[in-house]
Design a binder for this molecule. Structure first.
Ligand code: ZN
Ligand code: ZN
Length: 295
């Protein structure tokens, strides 16, 4: 996908998303089902979130609300930002999610869509909240959660996270019962969601792999044979990686780290002459030299 507007800081013009589009079902159980599915995805990935919920009404109640809101904006037109003045004519609903704090203070007093829903929208919204309550899905009603396009209706939701700086949406969805109609199709109810993949990558916590086993390496060519012998013996009881090429200590430590080994066991010229082996515990950052017979 590509953003049309200038991307905000931390957002990419080109981005990827995945999601679900469900066509043909007008029951709010389907809305709840998708919301819970998103919650399950984040839970599985270990990502904390807050679910925000709103109803956008439908073609019965939205137009009347829009008029009310335009009335309110007109009353306060002197005090709102330039963007909002533009939005008033183009897309008045969008003023509600203006990020300008002066605007936000004004819109706190604006008429709320959820107080202006028709009976059908109102009962659907109540039912959706009840289903989520019953199924242990926590949410906040955010009356300023809106969408910019006219085919969106009723349920709108966003999953937001505090884990990447300022609170930002990590998944969004809702109903778009009029989309198919807008595309000249037969009226078909629809609900869906999308999750941004780049956002997700920032949030997923990869489990730390525990360091295990041994890495054996030689710093002297003449020690390779011995390293192979010792490593092969150790392999009977533990996970062992043997480096066949002699290298510097630094290169071996790097290799041991890459292999996620717990112990890095090295024989250099001194150790070879003294019949010892140098071992570093990469987890506790402790090192010692022991007799080969004590390994
Ligand atoms: Zn504004
Ligand atoms: Zn309605």
């Amino acid at each position: 996908m590509f953003r049309y507007e200038r991307p905000q800081k931390g957002r990419l013009r080109e981005f990827h998303q995945f999601g679900i589009e469900s066509f043909g079902l007008d029951s709010v159980y389907e809305d709840a089902s998708l919301i819970m599915m998103v919650g399950e995805i984040f839970k599985t990935l270990g990502i904390g979130y807050t679910l925000q919920l709103n109803s956008l009404g439908d073609q019965n109640c939205m137009p009347q609300y829009r008029e009310k809101l335009i009335g309110f904006i007109t009353e306060h037109e002197a005090d709102i930002c330039e963007d909002c003045k533009r939005r008033k004519d183009l897309n008045p609903i969008r003023v509600l999610d203006c990020k300008n704090s002066a605007c936000q203070a004004i819109y706190a007093q604006a008429p709320k869509l959820i107080n202006n829903l028709c009976d059908s929208c109102e009962s659907d919204f109540e039912k959706l909240k009840k289903i989520l309550d019953k199924n242990g899905m926590a949410y906040e009603v955010d009356t300023h959660l809106v969408r910019g396009l006219d085919y969106y209706s009723k349920t709108a939701f966003e999953f937001v996270s505090n884990e990447i700086g300022a609170q930002s949406a990590i998944a969004g969805g809702g109903r778009y019962d009029r989309l198919v109609e807008f595309l000249d199709g037969k009226a078909t109810p629809a609900v869906g969601f999308a999750i941004g993949i780049e956002r997700l990558l920032d949030l997923v916590k990869m489990p730390e792999l525990e360091r295990t086993g041994y890495y054996f390496g030689a710093m002297d060519e003449n020690a390779v044979e011995l390293i192979f012998e010792l490593g092969s013996q150790k392999r009977v009881e533990d996970k062992v990686i043997i480096e066949y090429n002699h290298k510097s200590l630094k290169a071996h430590l790097k290799g041991a780290d890459r292999a996620n080994a717990r112990y890095c066991a090295i024989i250099g010229e001194n150790e070879l002459n003294e019949g010892t082996i140098w071992i570093k515990d990469l987890l506790l950052k402790e090192e010692k030299t022991v007799k080969i017979s004590e390994l």
